[in-house]
Design a protein around this ligand. Structure first.
Ligand SMILES: [Zn+2]
Length: 220
């Protein structure tokens, strides 16, 4: 079994701060994320049956660290978070640190990491800046060609920096059943090149995408 004495667990998830309506009616304002406001609020209530505290939660499916599934771009035929096989969100992951990377991320940037078919790939760039690095067309083709099973990102954009955004890369990856994890944190604290990744969406049918608690097990 997985021995936690031999592994360090690294939390790769953002902490979110919702707007909270407390039982006494007090409102605690939330903290916006990514410089924009995405809906995330909770309202406390007392469950009548046993007088315990519960919460109504109102949130967008793309909030904090979350996984996008094919249904997000293909509402007619794409798999929702339940239809994607659970094995997709769990497994061996290649950590690709691209500190100080600017402009396009090319296949040459990824080749040294020995990415194999069935791998999860986690690409981590430096602090968020105005101009995020982004995947080139060739890189998206290359990742699809290799046959990775899940792609995660910290501080990079899937798309070319052009307006209007066409989500071409996102659609290409999702069309090939490669879900996308956005908003990862702490990838820079991982030292090993390969870790064991877990990032499970909620099992809510009809959901296009879902917040996840993403973690990595790194061998000590
Ligand atoms: Zn999203």
């Amino acid at each position: 079994l997985l021995d936690l004495k031999q592994h360090r667990i690294i939390d790769l998830s953002m902490e979110l701060h919702p707007r909270i309506k407390k039982l006494n009616g007090h409102l605690i304002p939330g903290k916006p994320m990514w410089g924009e406001t995405r809906r995330l609020s909770i309202e406390q209530f007392i469950y009548a049956n046993d007088k315990t505290l519960m919460c109504d939660v109102d949130l967008e499916s793309h909030i904090g660290t979350h996984v996008e599934c094919p249904y997000h771009n293909f509402p007619d035929a794409g798999k929702d978070v339940v239809a994607v096989p659970i094995e997709t969100f769990v497994g061996e992951a290649v950590v690709v640190p691209l500190q100080n990377k600017k402009g396009p991320i090319t296949p040459e940037d990824l080749r040294p990491f020995a990415i194999r078919r069935g791998d999860i790939v986690l690409i981590g760039c430096s602090e968020e800046t105005e101009e995020l690095p982004y995947l080139s067309d060739e890189t998206v083709d290359w990742l699809v060609g290799v046959g990775i099973k899940l792609l995660g990102a910290q501080n990079l954009d899937w798309e070319l920096p052009q307006m209007p955004r066409d989500n071409k890369h996102e659609r290409q990856l999702l069309r090939n059943d490669i879900p996308l994890v956005e908003g990862l944190e702490n990838l820079g604290t991982i030292q090993k090149r390969r870790v064991f990744f877990v990032g499970l969406p909620l099992k809510i049918s009809g959901l296009d995408s879902s917040p996840i608690r993403a973690i990595a097990f790194e061998e000590i």
